[in-house]
Write a protein that binds this ligand. Structure first.
Ligand code: NDP
Length: 449
């Protein structure tokens, strides 16, 4: 990793020492601190009030037992987490992830990223994240329901529309949000719609929330392309993953005239030179909860399935990593650059390793970091909160237009901030600084709390 200023290096060493073994959290902190040198130099008041040190320490961390009964009547135990990282700008806000890899370090990296992402949206929301090492894959609907009910039986004490508003993430979609909301409603005896986002359209949800992260990522990349005289029209695009973010990224790329030639899941990837059949993909993943290999089987001989290797071996003009953290490493970045890739938009959180990011930036590839590029999901969650607060329900067109405007705003703020702090064209620096300053200013104003 490249060096940090002395003061920032001390802060980073302190974070590593206080949070042993939490590698993803260390990585996320380092990546932000790398950008903050010029800000600290310009604003000594941040150092005087220990703003960065306070930012790196969550306001509250909750870890709890989640016992549940499987379909055979056996008692199962999982671990639940909620890390309420920073509420300087508004109630804590951020998704819940259900995946066997979840531990405190993952939740903290995601919660830390969320502070800056939420700030970048310009909406009044703080940063948090939560989840469990529960694996919904292969579980029946009844098992998922019992797990969600048990999870919420503890979590309900810590959330609320003015306190903390969770949403979905990996392994948590409309089904899980429904079970969680149902249990919250039952325990609290309140129809408090604003306590969770990502709800169904007939019970307090917002149009475009399901589509928002994928669409928003594509809007962001489209802005980067336009700023450089390019567009999605006729471009070859590879999207990793085939979950919520990936599916709606594919949809928007296709609407903008791009050709998505590959997507993946954790077992492998498919290459479909004629363009991904979105109807088939949605049916497979959203309805049948199947594996990506079944896409190749259903589509026939024109499509090939690769069970080992990396989806980034498929040459493309634009790459949209939309699966998980650290899924695109330095070797993958080299392959993409060699294959002529001109732009990368991170639909997932921290999908590119630090050496991958550096290679893209050095090669002049347009690089949209996750905290900016995928902020459309949480921004639309904040629009859902607005609708809940005013008991209103907006049309798809109106909500999508709001999302597009927010993503344009984020793009422009990142670009202008990168210019102002001496790194033109570097959206990583732009996003980190533009996300940091409003939070730091609010923390100064609120005193040492
Ligand atoms: P989903 O659970 O809907 O989909 C995740 C996809 O990524 C699946 O195809 C999954 O494959 C794949 N995947 C997950 N873990 C791995 C792994 N370790 N290796 C390879 N593939 C993997 O999640 P989302 O689409 O909601 O989230 C994807 C990413 O986007 C995450 O990084 C999330 O934090 C981020 N994000 C999501 C937002 C949202 O609104 N949902 C908002 C902002 C960011 P498989 O089914 O085989 O596990």
């Amino acid at each position: 990793m490249p060096g940090l200023d002395e003061k920032l290096q001390d802060i980073y060493s302190e974070v590593v020492g206080r949070n042993p073994g939490e590698h993803e959290f260390h990585q996320a902190v380092h990546e932000v601190l790398e950008s903050l040198g010029p800000v600290v130099a310009k604003h000594p008041e941040y150092a005087e009030a220990a703003v960065i040190e306070r930012l790196c320490e969550p306001e509250r961390q909750i870890i709890f037992r989640v016992p549940w009964l499987d379909d055979n009547g056996r008692t199962r135990i999982n671990r639940g987490f909620r890390v309420q990282f920073n509420s300087a700008l508004g109630p804590f806000k951020g998704g819940l992830r259900f995946h066997p890899s979840v531990y405190l370090g993952i939740v903290k990296f995601l919660g830390f990223e969320q502070i800056f992402k939420n700030s970048l949206t310009g909406m009044p929301i703080g940063g948090a994240k939560g989840g469990s090492d529960f694996d919904p894959k292969g579980k029946s609907d009844a098992e998922v329901m019992r797990f969600c009910q048990s999870f919420m039986t503890e979590l309900y004490r810590h959330v609320g529309e003015y306190t903390d508003v969770p949403a979905g993430d990996i392994g948590v979609g409309g089904r899980e949000i429904g079970f969680l909301f149902g249990q919250y409603k039952r325990i609290s005896n309140r129809y408090e719609s604003g306590v969770l986002t990502g709800k169904g359209l007939t019970w307090g949800g917002s149009q475009v929330r399901k589509e928002a992260t994928g669409y928003g990522t594509v809007f962001f990349v489209d802005e980067m392309l336009r700023a450089n005289g390019q567009s999605f029209e006729g471009k070859r695009v590879v999207v990793s993953g085939s979950g919520n973010v990936a599916i709606y990224a594919v949809e928007k790329v296709q609407e903008l005239g791009g050709l998505v030639v590959a997507c993946s899941d954790s077992s492998g990837y498919v290459v479909d030179e004629k363009g991904v059949d979105l109807t088939l993909l949605k049916e497979l993943k959203e309805v049948n909860r199947g594996r990506i290999v079944e896409y190749a089987q259903a589509r026939g001989h024109d499509v090939h399935y690769v069970s080992s290797g990396s989806v980034w071996e498929v040459p493309c003009d634009i790459a949209l990593p939309s699966a998980t953290q650290n899924e695109l490493n330095g070797a993958d970045a080299r392959t993409l650059i060699k294959g002529g890739c001109i732009a990368v938009g991170e639909g997932a959180n921290m999908p590119t390793t630090p050496d991958g990011v550096r290679l893209f930036l050095d090669a002049g590839v347009l690089f949209g970091p996750g905290k900016a590029a995928n902020a459309g999901g949480v921004a639309t969650s904040a629009l859902e909160m607005q609708q809940n607060a005013s008991r209103d329900f907006w049309s798809f067109e109106h909500t999508e237009a709001r999302l597009a405007k927010i993503m344009r705003g984020i793009h422009d703020r990142c670009a202008e901030t990168a210019d102002e702090f001496g790194s033109p064209g570097n959206y990583v620096v732009g996003a980190n600084i533009a996300g940091f300053i409003p939070v730091a200013d609010a923390m100064l104003a609120l005193g040492v709390i």
